[in-house]
Design a binder for this molecule. Structure first.
Ligand code: H79
Length: 430
C-alpha cells in the first residue's frame, strides 16, 4: 500500500517477517485504565476503553482521570520480555485511542502523558528501545477518526458534550495528521501502523495520511484507514473466520477477557487451552493472532494475562516450529484437531496439531503422498508408523498425549501435498 507501483515480489519481501511471525501482542493502555470500568460507583458494561463514551462522561471530568494516571510500575523491558517469552514476534500499542489521549509527547496538544499526567514522561520511547533490544517488531495503533477530547473528533461516537463540537476535517488536519507524523518520526523504525474505525473517513481524509507512510519505508498497515484504502491486511476482531481469508493477509485481534483497556472487575478470562487452540486454528487458516493485554494505570499487566502468556510460551518453546512461517492446512479441518504445513526442498512437513488424542491411536490424514518421517515434535525419538490407504494416510500413534492442550506430530511427506477429495460431510465441518 505504501507504494502504488510495488511489484508482487516487493510486497512479498515487505510482508515476509509478518507472515512468518504469526503471533503478536496488542497493548491497550491509556487514561481509561484509571476508572477501570467503574463510573460514579457503577460498573459500566462493555469494553473498558470506551467508558468515556458509554457513560457519557463530560470532557472536563474525564481529563481529571489523567491526574491519577501514574504508571510508576511501568517496566517496558519486562513487557517486551513477556511478549518474547510467550513466543510473540511483534507488538502493537495504542499510541492514541478514541479518548484522544496520547501515550507519547505530542507537540500539538496537552492531552498527552507528558503534559497531563503526574508521570510526565513519554511512554513509547522506552518501549521502542526495549523492542529494539529484544528483537521484537514495534507497531503503533492510532485511532485516526475518533477523538472524544478534541473538537471535531467525536463524529463516529456521537456527541455528548459541547466541547466536542467541531469540524472533523479541521481535527484531522490539526491533530491527527501531525500526531501520526510524530509517531512515524520520533520512535525509530516502525513495523506496523494499525488504524482503527474507518466509518467516518472518506477518500480525502484518508489521503491526508497516506504521504506520511513514506516516513517509514517497509511499514505494514491494516485495513482500517478508510476512504477506500485497503491496506496490507484484514482485521477480523474478536472472531476467527471459518475458512480464513483466502488470497489476503489477515490478523485476528482478540481480548483475553472481555475488554481491551483494563477493567478492574472483568474476570472472564479465556483459558490457556482456548488461547492456544485459537492460535493454532488461526495458523491452520493462514492468519496471524494479535492477542491483547490491558495494563493498569500503575503500569502492570494483569496477573491472569501474565500467567496465560507464560503458559502459551511454554507450549511455543516446544511447538513453535509448527506455527512460525507455516502455511494454511492443505485440507479441511480434521476431526482430531488442526494442520499447518511447511514446504521446502521438495518435501512438505505437515504439522498435525492433535487437540483430541484419539482413543484408538489413529489419525487420518487425507493425502496420498509417500511418507519420509513421522514423529512427535516434543520428542523426535517418538516415531510413529503410517499406513497408506484409499482415504489417505493413517498415523499410528503410540503412548499418551505429551500435551493435554495440543500435541504436535510432524509428518514429512515427499513433494507437495496430494489431497484426497473429501466427502461432503467433512467439507461442511471445515
Ligand atoms: O481498540 C479496540 C476497540 O476499542 C476498537 N477496536 C479494538 C481493536 C473498536 N472501536 N470500535 N469498535 C471497536 C467497534 C464499535 C463497537 C461499538 Fe459499541 C458498538 C460502538 C458502539 C456500539 C461497544 C459497544 C462499544 C461501545 C458499545
Amino acid at each position: 500500500m505504501v507504494s502504488h507501483n510495488e511489484t508482487k515480489e516487493e510486497r512479498d519481501a515487505r510482508m515476509g517477517w509478518w507472515r512468518e511471525a504469526r503471533f503478536g501482542m496488542f497493548i491497550h493502555w491509556g487514561v481509561y485504565a484509571v476508572p477501570a470500568g467503574i463510573y460514579q460507583d457503577k460498573q459500566i458494561d462493555g469494553i473498558g476503553e470506551w467508558i468515556m463514551n458509554r457513560a457519557k462522561i463530560p470532557v472536563a471530568e474525564y481529563i481529571e482521570y489523567a491526574k491519577r494516571f501514574d504508571p510508576v510500575k511501568y517496566d517496558p523491558d519486562a513487557w517486551v520480555h513477556l511478549a518474547k517469552e510467550a513466543g510473540m514476534k511483534y507488538l502493537v500499542i495504542t499510541s492514541k485511542h478514541h479518548d484522544g489521549f496520547a501515550l507519547f509527547d505530542s507537540k500539538v496538544t496537552d492531552w498527552d502523558v507528558v503534559d497531563a499526567t503526574p508521570y510526565g514522561k513519554d511512554l513509547l520511547k522506552p518501549l521502542a528501545e526495549a523492542c529494539r533490544k529484544h528483537g521484537i517488531k514495534l507497531g503503533f495503533y492510532y485511532s485516526q477518526a475518533q477523538d472524544w477530547r478534541h473538537p471535531g473528533g467525536a463524529a463516529a461516537g456521537g456527541h455528548w458534550d459541547e466541547a466536542q463540537e467541531g469540524s472533523m476535517d479541521d481535527y484531522i488536519r490539526d491533530i491527527a495528521v501531525p500526531q501520526v507524523r510524530e509517531i512515524l518520526t520520533n520512535y525509530g523504525p516502525l513495523a506496523i501502523l494499525w488504524w482503527d474505525t474507518p466509518t467516518d473517513m472518506n477518500q480525502e481524509r484518508a489521503e491526508a495520511f497516506l504521504p506520511l507512510l513514506e516516513l517509514q519505508p517497509g511499514i505494514i498497515t491494516n485495513n482500517r484507514l478508510g476512504g477506500g484504502v485497503e491496506g496490507d491486511f484484514s482485521t477480523p476482531e474478536q472472531h476467527i473466520p471459518d475458512t480464513g481469508i483466502p488470497g489476503r493477509d489477515w490478523e485476528v485481534c482478540m481480548t483475553m477477557n472481555d475488554t481491551w483497556g483494563f477493567k478492574s472487575w472483568d474476570d472472564n478470562w479465556k483459558s490457556t487451552q482456548t488461547l492456544i487452540h485459537n492460535l493454532v486454528d488461526i495458523a491452520s487458516k493462514g492468519g496471524n493472532y494479535l492477542l491483547n493485554v490491558g495494563p493498569t494505570a500503575e503500569g502492570e499487566i494483569p496477573q491472569p494475562s501474565i500467567e496465560r502468556l507464560k503458559e502459551i510460551g511454554r507450549w511455543m518453546q516446544v511447538n513453535g516450529e509448527a506455527i512460525y512461517d507455516t502455511q494454511a492446512s492443505p485440507f479441511q479441518r480434521p476431526e482430531w484437531g488442526r494442520c499447518t504445513r511447511k514446504e521446502q526442498d521438495g518435501k512438505t512437513t505437515l504439522y498435525l496439531h492433535v487437540f483430541d488424542w484419539p482413543a484408538d491411536g489413529t489419525l487420518g490424514v487425507p493425502v496420498s503422498n509417500n511418507v519420509i518421517a513421522c514423529y512427535l515434535l516434543a520428542d523426535r525419538s517418538r516415531e510413529f508408523s503410517t499406513i497408506q490407504g484409499k482415504e489417505g494416510l493413517t498415523v499410528q500413534l503410540t503412548g499418551d498425549a505429551p500435551d493435554t492442550i495440543c500435541s504436535v506430530v510432524g509428518l514429512e511427506i515427499k513433494g507437495k501435498p496430494e489431497v484426497i477429495q473429501q466427502d461432503v460431510e467433512q467439507t461442511e465441518e471445515g
